[in-house]
Design a protein around this ligand. Structure first.
Ligand SMILES: Nc1ncnc2c1ncn2[C@@H]1O[C@H](COP(=O)(O)OP(=O)(O)OP(=O)(O)O)[C@@H](O)[C@H]1O
Ligand SMILES: [Mg+2]
Length: 412
């Protein structure tokens, strides 16, 4: 081969001018359609600049609704103003998906206000109360107002319970020279049901719900990224609109729209084209769907796979709105073929609920007269994805089941 194998791609001109504009951590200079939410945060947090304690807040909203980016933006401005006015404001942003135990959260906070000469708190090993005492001492030493953001807080609660929140919402009674307030962020509206009512009432003094973005709103969000991240006029008409429309269908997720646009541009680059058109967006959409569904399908437990397999082959046979009875018949047939014991209908019904929660099927309850109820099930896996072969990949028994012949109901 002539020359270095990287040369051809390195020499290719990129359609991006700044790929970082599409990174998930990028901080945009404007946040369209979040004025109301920003306003509510500002009205509450301004107390910190006036020597008062802001209320604790809970921010809710679907994934990609801008909760994290809005909070960061507001806190940056708050710190800036604090410095200008000589008001001591400390902020902590902790993502509870990665920092997910009580110990680690307080260790993380205490380490953020470490000063030279302080003892280093190890990642594990101290009694939790000792870490908490150290945190309180250091917060008092720093003084002023401390704003603690616990992002994706539902992860912490489901893993570690609410004792941390109990302690943190109680901190003001223990601090002598400092004050604190908490902002919890969650995309699960029901997460407070897992909390002790006393914790809920302290934590949710003020709630803000971030509504899902509509297609036009997402278009406006994309425009700034296009201006900062892409060369002029590389997008054909309709590209931004299609990315926005697809993401709006996906519960109004701005992150999804940004990913779609970035991958569409990459698809155009990979095929050495200097314009991005709607075909690239469709390719990007299929890739995202594939990337989303594949790991879930591959890692399902055996009986989940067999139940889903039963739905898929009935659908391949033309059946829609499959009844739980039909699913169970095919599933039991498959179990006989591969010589594993079939689960009870009740267990299979639970597995169907789980597949529904994972978004792999859509199950509707229908009434069958005289109080009887049954389910109608359809697969929710995108057509382009071969679910059976993905499930067979690392599970020889599914592969074996798929080789069998089945007596299937056909569409009447
Ligand atoms: N109004 C907006 N203007 C500009 N960019 C936005 C806006 N809203 C969201 N984004 C961008 O969309 C992406 C997702 O936003 P963000 O991470 O804040 O969502 P989230 O609500 O925290 O989602 P999750 O619940 O999944 O954590 C980020 O890249 C963010 O910069
Ligand atoms: Mg977030």
């Amino acid at each position: 081969m002539d020359g270095n194998i990287f040369e051809k791609i390195l020499g290719q001109e990129s359609l991006f001018t700044d790929r970082k504009a599409f990174d998930h951590g990028f901080e945009p200079s404007r946040l369209p359609h979040r004025d109301h939410e920003i306003d509510s945060l500002v009205k509450n947090l301004v107390d910190a600049l006036q020597g008062h304690i802001p209320s604790n807040m809970l921010l809710y909203g679907v994934p990609g609704a801008g909760k994290t980016v809005v909070t960061r933006y507001v806190l940056n401005q708050l710190r800036e103003k604090g410095l200008e006015l000589n008001q001591n404001v400390s902020t902590y942003e902790i993502n509870c998906r990665s920092v997910d135990t009580k110990y680690r959260v307080i260790q993380n906070m205490a380490s953020q206000i470490y000063e030279r000469g302080d003892q280093v708190i190890p990642f594990t090993g101290w009694p939790t109360d000792r870490v908490l005492e150290t945190l309180i001492r250091r917060m008092d030493r720093t003084g002023g107002v401390h704003i603690i953001v616990l992002d994706e807080i539902d992860n912490l609660v489901s893993r570690a319970g609410d004792s941390l929140l109990y302690n943190l919402t109680n901190l003001n009674t223990r601090l002598k020279n400092a004050r604190c307030c908490m902002i919890g962020i969650s995309n699960d509206l029901n997460f407070t049901q897992q909390l002790d009512p006393r914790v809920t009432s302290r934590l949710s003094q003020e709630d803000i719900v971030f509504h899902p973005y509509g297609a036009l709103e997402i278009e406006n969000i994309l425009i700034e990224r296009v201006e900062t991240g892409l060369k002029g006029e590389v997008l054909k008409t309709g590209v931004v609109g299609l990315c926005a429309a697809l993401a709006a269908q996906e519960h109004g997720d701005a992150r999804r729209a940004l990913d779609l646009l970035r991958i569409s541009v990459q698809k155009a680059e990979q095929s050495a084209q200097n314009k991005v058109d709607t075909r690239h967006v469709k390719m990007a959409q299929s890739q995202l769907e594939y990337d989303q569904v594949t790991p879930v399908l591959k890692t399902l437990p055996l009986h989940q796979k067999l139940v889903l397999f039963s739905i898929c082959i009935n659908e391949q046979n033309g059946l829609r709105n499959i009844s739980t009875g039909d699913i169970y018949r095919t599933y039991s047939d498959a179990c006989i073929k591969i010589q594993v014991e079939a689960l009870t209908t009740r267990r299979v019904s639970t597995l169907l609920n789980e597949l529904d929660t994972l978004g792999l099927i859509i199950a509707r309850n229908v009434s069958k007269g005289r109080g009887g109820r049954s389910k109608q099930v359809n697969s929710a896996i995108p057509k382009a994805i071969d679910a059976i072969s993905l499930m067979s990949d690392n599970e020889p028994l599914v592969n074996e089941a798929a080789l069998g012949k089945y007596k299937l109901q056909s569409q009447l």
